[in-house]
Design a protein around this ligand. Structure first.
Ligand code: MLT
Length: 315
């Protein structure tokens, strides 16, 4: 039963600005989802200000750890993604327990990824890229957002599938990684369409393939082949995002935020922005805490063995 104090706190909630921690650098795909979502959450949360705090580093695990240790008062949340499921297999001293140290508010979207390259790369389609990679073994720089990032997972699977080891260059997010790709400092990257679509449309990077098993419907991406049809059978990576709070956040508050999240995901402006960049908003059934927690647990069990087989880890 709700104590009166807890009940009245929830009734007044939110009474002050809410912080949403994004565990990657500003301007990247995770940050993009967070800022668009924050706009859509304002109205359902009574016009309250939502502050985005970028806490990058260690593939998103530093930001996640910060929220796991934050006061469970309903004023700190984490907006994270598949990294919640890959970090446990990658970090031997992870500073939090993924399934125990968070309250799961719900899932937000799924975002496909594209394999892109610097504009000066001498390849203009996937077959030519594969040939170039094979001819340049030992000299390829692959950018990602650190061990535990979505770009790391995709890059790892890509290297394993091609049996080509690449030098990985980690950044605090794929926004700074994109800056170096645009500058030609790195060769290729696997990144979410929310960060790559504009650059592809502007012709500033070369796009070779998408990582989902179905081609995308976004007009500028529809012509890109899937990796599956390009020869890497069964390659299927799409990046889900979710919202989390520190364990112990009052249930009445979580319910309020879950209701606001469901409303935000129906906001026409939010949907338009997300879909224009290839993202897919999830249905209400998946915007459910317990449901999403079960999904994350399944993802931990799915990706753990794959990552362990690759033998990559951080102490
Ligand atoms: C990732 O690779 O995990 C994200 O794209 C990083 C980011 O959002 O910057």
């Amino acid at each position: 039963a709700l104590s009166f104090a807890a009940f009245s706190a929830a009734a007044e909630y939110p009474e002050k600005p809410i912080t949403v921690v994004v565990p990657f650098a500003a301007g990247g795909p995770t940050d993009k989802v967070a800022r668009d979502l924050a706009e859509a959450l304002r109205k359902p949360l009574g016009g309250q200000t939502i502050v985005i705090e970028n806490v990058g580093g260690a593939g998103g695990t530093l930001g996640a750890a910060k929220v796991a240790k934050a006061a469970p008062d309903g004023y700190t949340f984490l907006l994270h993604h598949i990294g919640m499921a890959t970090a446990p297999a990658l970090y031997r001293n992870l500073q939090y327990k993924t399934l125990e140290d968070f309250e799961y508010v719900g899932m937000i979207n799924e975002v496909p990824m594209t394999v892109i390259g610097r504009s000066t790369l001498p390849a203009n389609n996937y077959a030519e890229l594969a040939k170039w990679l094979d001819a340049n073994k030992g000299k390829i720089n692959l950018a990602n957002a650190g061990l535990g990032s979505a770009s790391h997972l995709c890059g790892l699977l890509f290297q394993q599938s091609l049996k080509i080891d690449m030098t990985t260059v980690p950044y605090k997010g794929t926004a700074p990684a994109m800056t170096d790709l645009l500058g030609g400092q790195v060769d290729i990257m696997c990144d979410q369409t929310t960060n790559t679509t504009n650059q592809i449309e502007a012709g500033k990077v070369k796009a070779f393939a998408v990582t989902t098993t179905k081609r995308l419907t976004t007009p500028s991406l529809a012509k890109l082949p899937t990796l599956d049809e390009s020869g890497i059978k069964g390659f299927n990576v799409s990046i889900w995002h979710g919202l989390y709070a520190p364990k112990g956040t009052p249930k009445a508050v979580l319910d309020k935020v879950n209701t606001a999240l469901k409303a935000a995901l129906k906001d026409p402006e939010f949907i338009k922005r997300e879909e224009a960049l290839g993202a897919v908003i999830v249905t209400d059934a998946r915007v459910n805490g317990p449901e999403h927690k079960k999904f994350v647990e399944a993802e931990i069990n799915k990706w753990g063995p794959v990552i362990k087989a690759a033998g990559q880890y951080a102490d």
